[in-house]
Design a protein around this ligand. Structure first.
Ligand SMILES: O=C(O)CCC(=O)C(=O)O
Ligand SMILES: [Fe+2]
Length: 362
């Protein structure tokens, strides 16, 4: 049997074939939660989940036992990602559906702004829709490498969605909401914006390293992220806070909460601001791939404070809630900063819950 020490060294270790994450950059002290313990309903672990969800809204999830299949699927999907982005730009652009008001499919590098000044992003995306893969919506066209990976995607999406349901159930319980309130807003078979995203960011010139993916909060409920190279940074709450890196850990996913949970709980749960910059230290010369599962509320779910919990703060006098459902919220956020849609960009209108994340505005 492996000792605790060996296991923790493995988790702290680096990813084979990639330069190490440096030891001299500031990192976020995120909690490491165990999927096994959460599955077993361990009281302390559920408490730690709630604490990380209210403090910073980011944590590691150890997948090395119960999450083995998801890890294996994720590993295979990294290879698929390399193949997708290895296609010609001409082919990839055939699967950019943004002109049809859809964020699924391909987004080319530099298609979005990353800040108010109008600087452009430095990464490519390919987004696969859960509804497409599960046969809930009509299949979208896609390159052969994606079509041939439908079984793998289905397996990965199933695994990721069931972890999301587990996390939502623990939060539901901790919030004292009526049973299954959150899970019933995220039924796997219902129409939603859930998606897998592959991301590729090429190495940046030594003298011109910039933000690859602009600062944002995630649009949906729960994000399960697989990183191998550094570059992801979070901005802790508070006016004078500084960006810190999230160190990728083998065998773990990085999990973070999104805008929908902030809205459902009137700010009690946190959706933290994050961004992606060039990987630190010796990693900066490597191409950065990452893989994400975004769980989002069903399309028709209204993003507003949920009733039925004594813990969710009431709306304060004069506080109003925008009347918007999950689908419209995601489209506004996902396409609102695209420069290629012939629309004027209003950076603020496509913002999410960033100000609440910063605890600048309640
Ligand atoms: O690539 C990463 O590490 C993070 C990506 C991300 O934040 C996003 O796609 O929303
Ligand atoms: Fe994100």
């Amino acid at each position: 049997m492996e000792s605790e020490a060996t296991i923790s060294t493995m988790a702290d270790g680096n990813f084979p074939g990639l330069p190490p994450f440096p030891d001299d950059v500031p990192t976020a002290p995120l909690l490491r939660l165990s999927l096994d313990k959460l599955l077993a309903g361990d009281t302390e672990e559920c408490e730690r989940l709630f604490r990380s969800s209210t403090d910073i809204g980011f944590f590691y999830l150890d997948l090395r036992d119960a999450g083995k299949q998801l890890l294996a699927d994720a590993n295979q999907l990294f290879t698929v990602g390399e193949q997708i982005f290895g296609l010609s730009l001409e082919e990839k652009k055939r699967y950019d559906f943004s002109a049809q008001n859809s964020y699924f499919g391909y987004k080319g590098q530099g298609a979005s702004i990353v800040d108010k000044a109008g600087n452009l992003d430095r990464n490519e995306f390919y987004n696969a829709s859960k509804d497409d893969i599960l046969g809930i919506s009509d299949p979208l066209p896609g390159p052969a490498v994606v079509q041939n990976s439908r079984g793998l995607l289905k397996s990965f999406m199933g695994g990721a969605h069931s972890i999301v349901t587990l996390l939502l159930n623990v939060l539901n319980d901790k919030l004292g909401l009526p049973e299954d309130t959150l899970a019933n807003l995220h039924r796997q078979q219902a129409v939603s914006g859930d998606q897998v995203r592959w991301i590729k960011a090429p190495p940046q010139p030594v003298d011109d390293r910039r933000t690859a993916l602009g600062q944002h909060t995630d649009f949906g409920s729960v994000t399960i992220l697989f990183n191998r190279l550094g570059g992801l940074q979070v901005l802790p709450p508070g006016k004078d806070a500084e960006w810190v890196y999230v160190r990728p850990l083998p065998g773990h996913a990085i999990v973070n909460l999104g805008d929908a949970l902030v809205k459902f709980t009137n700010g009690l749960l946190r959706s933290n601001i994050h961004r992606v910059v060039a990987p630190p230290g010796a990693q900066a010369d490597s191409t950065r791939y990452s893989l994400v599962y975004f769980a989002r509320p069903e399309d028709t779910v209204m993003l507003r404070r949920l009733e039925g919990s004594d813990m969710i703060p009431p709306l304060v006098d004069g506080q109003t809630e925008e009347h918007i459902n999950s689908k419209d919220w995601i489209i506004r956020r996902a396409l609102g900063r695209r420069i290629d849609l012939g629309k004027e960009i209003d950076y603020e209108t496509s913002a999410g819950t960033e100000q609440i994340s910063q605890r600048i505005k309640v």
